[in-house]
Design a protein around this ligand. Structure first.
Ligand SMILES: Nc1ncnc2c1ncn2[C@@H]1O[C@H](COP(=O)(O)OP(=O)(O)OP(=O)(O)O)[C@@H](O)[C@H]1O
Length: 993
């Protein structure tokens, strides 16, 4: 189409190209972020809601706390532009996004998003913006008679993760997304219409809007239930009589590549590319579906399902923005986790100019949602795009252009200019060669070092203790693994954590080796745990044996425990054998090593499961042992013996007096039986068989072994003043001593139990760390497969040192993200409670946070990919779909509702109903109340209170067993004992109790 109207005054648009036309350089520029606050709507007015936000100037919006709230809660946010309730859409367009909306006319891709809570005014705003942009595009066309323009339009919506064509409803309910190496993600069979004029274009846009999925919710009568993308493609060509050769095609999907001639000269910027402009849209107008809370929209059935999909994809968008905001080098950006981010990949940190309009409801009822929108907007401000002018030329024009270039170069050759582009290019290439040489030398030295280390290892010397800090910096988790918790150790842990930081696996080509090393270190620690457990059990055996009551059960239990521990050690030995094989991999390629490593990890899953199970058995056996300890009544026959033992028992109380969880103290305590050879001997003497013990009289004991007579604290004489032997004591004192003895024995056993619990926790930690490592190995492998050049990859992040302050910030951010992911993935609220209450930002929590985040991200992606498909089955285990997750959560809530009666008093329940706005008389009040828990991931207070209530209902806090219970439930291994990477089923772990 050609439109001419030379008399129309030129449009005022930003003609500053982001790069020199024809130049390959792209200019980095931030996303334009504006905020629009709409007026209170009728619903809000009738609810007597008040305005909670104020636009104090063109750039700042502040929260106005209400009188009961503290001033400290006020907050202000600054953006490129802020529009208050009085501002019209025209103003938003003119002052906020016009330049971006018309960038496409300059050959630059552009996208405008509306983001915000449901009913905040996204559709209202985007309709106006699109309308104004269409007006201006056609004005510009009329003002540019020297060019021919062609405008095409396509429209799509993403509804429940299905892509639908809005211009052609016949094309199917779920269009495929294809990966085009040149254009990026393209939507298969997406219809594209050429607009004849502005009226026709408006008509086509209105068809798209009419086709869009809309539904009624409690907050919006016409709520958009899908993300809508209207795409315009503008192709413009200079007329034949023009001496310029360029035609601009902007692309929102992917910018056309700029070719460089083989000789490297970039003065030839254009190649005769046959361009299918239909697949290179110019301008996206994106009206996102609104983020919503089911509790506010009163959604159920189809609406609820829509809401879930909406929240899932918005969560991915938030994640992408969050990651981009900390820099593109921050590792993997999960564009592929949702169709929205996949389709708009180039508008998010890529070749496009982007503007985001964040819409807000002013109502105080929506403060949390508005705050979240502003947090999103704040993040988005930091995202940088690399927009560039996209041009193609026709073959004919190109020939002309090349002829001119040849002539120019010939002229240049005849009169060489030292400052000409060729010389510059040569100098540049020399610099690049120098840099390449440097990198090659570095790589060589790293390879040499690795080779040397492997040699050491083969010679039985300590492997992988590299003096090279680069290698050491890679992913060392030893700090968090250390069983010691003294000051020194925690410092080391901090250092390790700092170096670990948020680095990704693309640090250097040594990462795979280092990973293998780390994995081995973890396994070594596991092995140590097994040994420690064995030693603990041996001590226990001695302890119990020395208190012999002729209790056959105890003896059997001990034997069983030892057998279990032996089995644990056997498992570890088997693992070690495999390990040795995999270490000798000096001649293998990195990827082969990684594969071996992963296979080996797979095969170890059952070993870890065994270890865990063995510890579980140990725990049970110890419990049984405690139960089987002799009672007062049983002891009457052996009082003398008990007294004799009691006389020595004071030497056998290390577990009672020291921290039983610390094996070092446990074994080396000054009073411990193992603290010196003499004490070992004593302990051995005491561990004689019962018959022997029975035969031993107090008088026959060496004098040194007799206790100095002491006054009992409780008033009774344990011995007579003259040092009369025990048998002279009264029966009351005997019972007292008997009781004391039993207490001491029980205390010792309890200490060992605590210790075993700690072992379990440490195994759980290892488990977590191993999962993380495997994730990283897989990531590395995937990168390798994708052909990343690790040494030269521009995306390689710098290793960042993290201060405790930055960890704290990261923790808060990660925790918020985890909470939001729990919500969108319908994760068990008991799991949420455990995790939330357990991980409070301690530096050692870092690994858990990372793993939880990864698992949830995986789960989110999985659920999104699954979409509406019915759950498939993998082997015997059903793959969980969104609906089955919702069902599981419902069952869990029912369970908790039942617990309300048994765990809380009537008064406590009523107080909670009142606090949580649940009618006291309602029949379903218990369920209503439980259904309110964990429903608002954005409100910190709500989350905290929900966690406290669930913890109380499930009994996490009882008896100070918080940590133990959480580990037990949280990190339980899959019971099916399949290789653990397979068995690592985040869904089943996360969704089931
Ligand atoms: N700036 C504004 N001035 C006046 N009315 C507005 C404004 N913004 C929105 N509204 C009105 O508020 C209501 C909700 O707006 P809209 O449908 O655009 O919200 P939305 O964010 O797109 O919601 P959803 O995400 O549910 O689709 C509409 O009736 C709309 O007319």
């Amino acid at each position: 189409m050609t439109v001419k109207n030379p008399s129309t005054p030129a449009l005022k648009i930003d003609r500053t190209p982001v790069s020199t036309p024809g130049g390959p350089r792209a200019k980095e520029e931030k996303i334009v972020v504006t905020v629009r606050l709409r007026p209170l709507n009728k619903r809000e007015q009738s609810a007597k809601d008040h305005v909670a936000w104020d636009c104090i100037d063109d750039h700042t919006i502040v929260y106005k706390p209400q009188p009961p709230e503290r001033a400290a809660q006020s907050a202000s946010f600054t953006f490129d532009k802020v529009f208050g309730p009085a501002n019209l859409t025209e103003t938003v367009y003119e002052e906020g996004v016009k330049n971006v909306a018309l960038s496409a006319l300059m050959g630059i891709n552009a996208t405008i998003f509306a983001y915000g809570q449901t009913s905040s005014g996204k559709t209202y705003t985007m309709r106006g913006i699109t309308e104004k942009a269409v007006n201006d595009i056609y004005k510009h066309i009329m003002n540019t008679p020297e060019r021919d323009f062609r405008i095409r339009i396509s429209g799509l919506e993403i509804y429940n993760e299905n892509v639908r064509d809005l211009l052609n409803s016949e094309s199917g309910r779920n269009l495929k997304l294809l990966d085009d190496p040149e254009k990026g993600t393209v939507v298969e069979k997406l219809a594209e219409e050429t607009a004849n004029d502005d009226q026709h274009l408006r008509h086509l846009i209105s068809i798209c809007e009419a086709q869009r999925q809309v539904g009624e919710t409690a907050l919006n009568d016409t709520s958009s239930r899908s993300h809508q993308i209207i795409r315009l493609t503008v192709e413009s060509t200079l007329r034949e009589n023009s001496d310029c050769v360029r035609s601009f095609v902007a692309s929102l999907v992917k910018g056309l590549p700029f070719y460089t001639f083989p000789n490297g000269l970039r003065s030839y910027r254009f190649m005769p590319i046959t361009v299918d402009v239909n697949k290179h849209p110019l301008q996206n107008f994106v009206d996102l579906a609104g983020s919503e809370r089911a509790s506010q929209t009163n959604a159920d059935g189809a609406r609820l399902r829509e809401g879930c999909h909406i929240n899932l994809s918005l969560m991915t968008l938030t994640t992408v923005i969050r990651k981009l905001s900390v820099g593109k080098r921050s590792g993997h950006i999960p564009y592929r986790d949702s169709k929205l981010t996949r389709i708009l990949q180039h508008s998010l940190g890529g070749n496009a100019r982007t503007a985001i309009i964040c819409t807000l409801s002013p109502a105080s009822a929506h403060v949390e949602q508005s705050r979240n929108t502003l947090f999103f907007a704040t993040r988005a401000k930091e995202v940088t795009n690399n927009a560039q002018v996209n041009m193609v030329v026709s073959d004919k024009q190109l020939v002309k252009h090349l002829q001119k270039e040849v002539a120019r170069l010939e002229a240049e050759l005849r009169t060489p200019d030292p400052s000409n582009e060729k010389d510059f290019k040569i100098r540049q290439m020399e610099r690049e060669m120098e840099e390449l040489r440097r990198q090659r030398d570095l790589a060589q030295s790293q390879v040499d070092e690795l080779r040397q280390k492997l040699q050491y290892e083969q010679q039985g010397l300590k492997p992988f203790e590299s003096p090279n800090p680069v290698v050491k910096k890679c992913l060392s988790f030893s700090g968090t693994l250390s069983p010691k918790r003294d000051g020194k150790e925690s410092n080391r842990g901090d250092r390790t954590r700092n170096t670990m930081g948020r680095q990704t696996m693309r640090q250097s080509s040594t990462a795979p080796f280092t990973l293998m090393h780390e994995i081995r270190k973890l396994e070594h620690l596991q092995e140590q745990l097994g040994e420690e457990a064995n030693r603990a059990l041996e001590v226990l055996q001695k302890e119990v044996a020395c208190h012999r009551q002729g209790n056959q059960d105890a003896a059997e239990t001990i034997a069983k425990l030892q057998a279990e521990i032996r089995e644990m050690c056997a498992v570890r030995t088997a693992t070690k054998e495999v390990e040795v094989d995999s270490v000798v991999a000096v001649n293998k390629s990195v990827s082969a090593n990684l594969k071996d490593e992963i296979t080996r990890l797979h095969s170890q899953g059952s070993n870890i499961a065994n270890l865990e199970e063995q510890l579980e058995n140990v725990q049970k056996s110890i419990d049984k042992l405690v139960m089987s300890l002799p009672s007062n009544t049983q002891q009457s026959n052996g009082e003398a013996v008990l007294m004799a033992n009691q006389s020595k028992k004071k030497k056998l109380l290390p577990l009672a007096s020291s921290n039983g969880a610390n094996l070092q103290n446990f074994i080396k305590s000054p009073c411990s039986p193992l603290s010196s050879s003499r004490q070992v001997l004593e302990s051995e003497t005491e561990n004689r068989d019962p018959e022997y013990d029975d035969a031993v009289s107090i008088e026959s004991l060496p004098v040194s072994d007799k206790e100095t007579p002491k006054k009992s604290e409780e008033g009774g004489d344990v011995t007579s003043k003259e040092g009369t032997p025990y048998r002279r004591s009264s029966s009351v004192n005997m019972r007292k001593m008997q009781k004391m003895f039993q207490n001491a024995a029980e205390e010792n056993v309890r200490s060992i139990r605590t210790y075993v619990t700690e072992l379990k926790e440490r195994v759980a930690k290892l488990q977590y760390q191993k999962q993380l490592l495997v994730c990283q190995v897989l990531e590395l492998e995937a990168n390798e497969a994708a052909g990343y050049n690790l040494e030269n990859d521009d995306n390689i992040p710098e290793i960042q040192e993290e201060s405790p302050v930055s960890w704290h910030l990261i923790f808060r951010e990660q925790r918020q993200q985890i909470i939001e992911l729990w919500d969108v993935c319908f994760v068990s609220i008991i799991h949420r409670t455990q995790f939330y209450l357990l991980f409070k930002g301690d530096p050692a929590d870092q690994i858990y946070m990372e793993v939880e985040l990864r698992r949830l991200t995986w789960l989110q992606q999985h659920l999104a990919e699954l979409g509406n498909a019915s759950p498939a089955h993998v082997g015997d285990e059903p793959t969980i779909s969104l609906s089955s997750s919702i069902r599981a959560l419902k069952r869990e809530r029912e369970f908790l509702a039942k617990r309300l009666t048994s765990r809380l008093t009537v008064e406590e329940r009523d107080a909670l109903y009142i606090k949580w706005d649940v009618p006291l008389e309602g029949k379903q009040r218990k369920m209503q109340f439980i259904n309110k828990l964990w429903t608002n991931p954005h409100c910190a207070k709500h989350v905290q209170e929900s966690a406290e209530i669930v913890a109380k209902l499930v009994g996490f806090c009882e008896g100070g067993n918080l940590s133990k219970e959480m580990f037990e439930l949280n990190f339980v291994l899959p019971s099916d004992k399949r290789p653990w990477i397979m068995g690592w089923n985040p869904i089943s772990n996360l969704l089931h109790l």
